[in-house]
Design a protein around this ligand. Structure first.
Ligand code: PEP
Ligand code: MG
Length: 321
């Protein structure tokens, strides 16, 4: 199987009718860079930076962050490296940040909510990322956004961090793109508004599925209800694609669903520009992209998405694409 997929190495990721889909890798640590390149990743669609904050007693310095992000930027240049700012909380605990035990951590004090209240910690990271942007195609991505106000506050802090670097004559990409994860139903419903402010979207299907269906992604007792194939989740994703197209911004998917060949044609029918996944899935998904005709899939989706009533029906539809 793996050997059979080798023919897809180095090939362009483009559908039969000419739609390009960037296939990027998810990474979390420096040691993920080599394997992601070896797996033929065209760049990084999700750099989970929380790993840099874990298993230590204090937050990493700006210089330490810069050094790591710079390595990634240079390794994948001219390909993009989308660096997600600290996504702490939920199932990711970092003791020294002092979040503490919560009744409902997935609905609690996490990610952007924490960072907006700890602006110095957040700006240290933003400056580290900005400095790396002088060495490759770095983009900033904000996680767990629910409100437009939050995203605007995040943008304001990026502007502050830029001004601080400018003051010190430290180089960075002035045109750096700042995008957001779409992983809450609120963000998906408001995607047309967010698209006025965000340079790109990346759908976090792990959390978007969890929150749309109100199913804890780690609770086995309700795992039977957890499915990205659920028509409610498919509608969310479709809606985000329409909003991005309406505003002319790029969008991608970086949750586990990006590595699921059964969803590739659906994402392409929705107009996806980029899929980011574990490196080991890239060649398999490239095969799927090459076998897709976007036009015919989009036509079928336009007619049939609204008719899907159950997860089982949706799965049958996805198999028939
Ligand atoms: C997601 O929620 O789909 C995602 C990519 O983020 P994480 O899995 O790190 O929460
Ligand atoms: Mg998430």
């Amino acid at each position: 199987e793996l050997k059979r997929l080798e023919v897809y190495r180095g090939q362009a990721s483009v559908t039969k009718d000419g739609k390009e889909v960037e296939l990027l890798a998810n990474i979390g640590l420096e040691l993920d860079i080599g394997p992601a390149l070896a797996a033929d990743g065209e760049g990084v669609g999700l750099f989970r930076t929380e790993f840099l904050y874990m298993d230590r007693s204090s937050a990493p310095s700006e210089d330490e962050q810069f050094a790591l992000y710079q390595k990634a930027a240079q390794a994948f240049a001219p390909g993009p490296v989308i660096i997600r700012t600290l996504d702490v909380g939920g199932d990711k605990e970092i003791a020294y940040l002092g979040i503490g035990k919560e009744e409902n951590p997935f609905l609690g004090y996490r990610a952007i909510r924490y960072c907006l209240e700890h602006q110095e910690l957040f700006k240290i990271q933003l400056r580290g990322i900005l400095r790396a942007s002088a060495y490759g195609k770095v983009k900033i991505m904000l996680p767990m956004i629910t409100t437009v106000a939050e995203f605007k506050e995040g943008l304001a802090l990026v502007s502050e961090a830029k001004a601080e670097l400018k003051e010190q004559d430290i180089p960075f990409d002035e045109q750096i793109e700042v995008g957001m994860m779409i992983e809450t139903p609120a963000a998906a419903m408001m995607a047309d508004v967010f698209a006025k402010y965000a340079d790109f979207f990346s759908i976090g299907t792990n959390d978007l599925t969890q929150y749309t269906l109100s199913v804890d992604r780690g609770n086995e007792k309700v795992a039977g209800l957890y499915s990205t194939y659920d028509p409610a989740v498919l509608r969310m994703i479709h809606r985000v694609g329409e909003a991005a197209a309406g505003a002319g911004i790029m969008w991608g998917v970086c949750g586990e669903a990006a590595a699921d060949p059964l969803l590739t044609k659906f994402f392409i029918a929705c107009g996806v520009n980029e899929l980011s996944m574990a490196g080991s899935s890239i060649l398999r998904i490239r095969q799927q992209v090459l076998e897709t005709n976007q036009f015919t899939c989009a036509e079928r989706l336009a007619k049939e998405l609204k008719l899907l009533e159950t997860c089982a029906e949706a799965k049958t539809f996805l198999e028939s694409l």
